[in-house]
Write a protein that binds this ligand. Structure first.
Ligand code: HEM
Length: 474
């Protein structure tokens, strides 16, 4: 039992792993399962909860003495719970957005145009058949294959059809496509993380922001527990997203924007002549401008150094913390940058009460081969993202809708979308880079760099909840 105070105590062996703390394996495989025989699928779930029989054992939040060769976790969609025989009264007690499913929430989260569910790849083009996302994490491909066989053989093979398989890999120490370093900003939780080990100006997050049934940042408010308690408590919700990234278009845009700033007064203010030397020996002004634009769009330099702590160079003379900062004005880090939109930290925003309330745990892996700008190709690549929270509407959807796409947090960016992954169109897109003098560079003409290829809202049920489902008789 992890005890912080009475209200925050939870039992790590009841909670699925990878929610409160990440696994950090090199590879992931997400298997998309459809329940074809509920009784056999439930028996398989029973084996998975206690590691008996042939099914892979579900990994919990318990601490490891030795890191296992692989970890295994399950997320259930609303249609999946229904297919497994969860009674109607229980199904009715889940939050409306989870019941609707991600495809029916497309407009709210800006999955429109090319990203609309009708354009999603198989099997996400038949969302009602997507019942479980089974995720395997391991260092080696052979281990992923071994665990997949455990799912496909025996009871699993009779209970489920595998509709799809999505592999991701950490191809370069936490870098993702577009070249940025990722996996640094994560919520750290009361009673789970020691704030001294993760210096961060933000407060530790109450576990009720991720696990259902516990205190949240809102005074006296907990997210409603789906009923019965054994099913709902200690679970979390997840937005699983397959996000295709157009690396060639992104790099082309950086070239174009740098070209336009090269002989421009505003460009000289952004990068005073001679300052390109701060980017490394022999760096051209064009190359330095490209990096500045990429950094302003994200909120970090591509090597991970936060703009707020090092606004002028990705190579500060003294090392800086990746997380121990708060935002000041927008000259260092623009209000419209990806990170500042997703998490304004303690800075002033219009919906002041929403600060710190929309935190998401991100467990993502790139998919597809690494992009080489010297050899552009047509291979599909992107991010397999898990965005985990206690309330999909209050956290994930609110972030996608108000902050990433409408820019409601500050009037100076309202009407613009996130430059990295917003629903942008070249005709209308804009991104503001404020300068020290008070003047503003307005970048325009960038397309949507990220297209949604599929996804599902899943419930990362607790171990007692999976036992509850396994014991249903219908
Ligand atoms: C392909 C799409 C995406 C790319 C390339 C991307 C890239 C990044 C990068 C490079 C960072 C900084 C790394 C870090 O601080 O750990 C970051 C942070 C973050 N991203 Fe994304 N991201 C993507 C999609 C999304 C989506 C869809 C969401 C939300 C629904 C999101 C939410 C966040 C959040 C919450 C942070 C942390 C901000 C903070 O706490 O300061 N990202 N992203």
């Amino acid at each position: 039992m992890i005890e912080t105070d009475r209200d925050n105590s939870f039992d790590p062996k009841c909670v699925q792993g990878n929610i409160l703390r990440g696994y950090h394996y090199a590879r992931v495989r997400h298997l998309v399962l459809e329940v074809v025989n509920a009784a056999l699928a439930r028996r398989w779930l029973s084996q998975a909860t206690d590691g008996s029989g042939a099914a892979p054992a579900i990994t919990t939040e318990e601490e490891w003495l030795i890191k296992p060769a692989s970890c295994f976790n399950l997320g259930f969609t609303y249609d999946g719970l229904k297919a497994l025989g969860v009674p109607n009264a229980s199904l009715a007690s889940f939050a409306p957005e989870f019941k609707a499913g991600i495809a029916r929430r497309a407009v709210k989260i800006n999955d429109v145009g090319e990203s609309a569910p009708e354009n999603w790849a198989s099997p996400f083009d038949t969302p009602d058949r997507v019942h479980i996302i089974a995720s395997v994490y391991a260092e080696e491909l052979e281990e992923l294959d071994r665990v997949e066989r455990q799912v496909a053989d025996g009871l699993g093979g009779d209970g489920f059809a595998i509709l799809g398989r999505h592999d991701g890999w950490n191809f370069d120490t936490d870098h993702v496509h577009f070249g940025y370093r990722d996996s640094m900003s994560q919520p750290r939780f009361v009673g789970v993380h020691d704030s001294d080990s993760y210096p961060d100006k933000q407060p530790l997050v109450p576990i009720g922001s991720m696990l259902i049934g516990y205190p949240t940042e809102y005074q006296n408010i907990r997210y409603a527990v789906p009923q019965p308690d054994a099913l709902g408590r200690d679970g979390a919700f997840n937005a699983f997203r397959i996000l295709k990234q157009d690396c060639a278009a992104f790099e082309r845009y950086l070239d174009m924007a740098a070209d336009s700033l090269l002989d421009d007064q505003l460009g000289e203010e952004l990068l005073p002549v001679g300052d390109e030397a701060k980017f490394g020996p022999d760096t051209s002004r064009h190359a330095a401008l490209r990096e500045i634009i990429a950094a302003k769009m994200c909120g970090r330099w591509r090597n991970g150094v936060p703009l707020e702590l090092s606004p002028d160079t990705p190579c500060p003379p003294e090392p800086v913390s990746p997380t121990d900062y708060d935002y000041g004005d927008d000259v260092r880090c623009p209000f419209g940058s990806h990170m500042r939109r997703c998490n304004p930290r303690g800075s002033t925003i219009v919906q002041r009460a929403a600060r710190h309330t929309r935190r998401l745990v991100r467990r993502g892996y790139p998919y597809g081969g690494r992009y080489d700008p010297g050899k552009p190709d047509d291979e599909e690549r992107g991010l397999l993202g898990n965005f985990i929270c206690a309330s999909l509407a209050g956290q994930f959807e609110a972030m996608m809708c108000d902050w990433l796409n409408l820019g409601l947090q500050d009037p100076r960016i309202t009407g613009s979308n996130d430059p990295l992954l917003g629903a942008n169109e070249a005709e209308t897109s804009w991104f503001a880079i404020p300068l020290k003098s008070g003047r503003v560079i307005k970048l325009r003409g960038f397309p949507r760099f990220v297209t949604v290829r599929g996804g599902a809202y899943t419930f990362l049920a607790s171990i007692p909840a999976i036992r509850y489902i396994a014991n249903l008789e219908r």
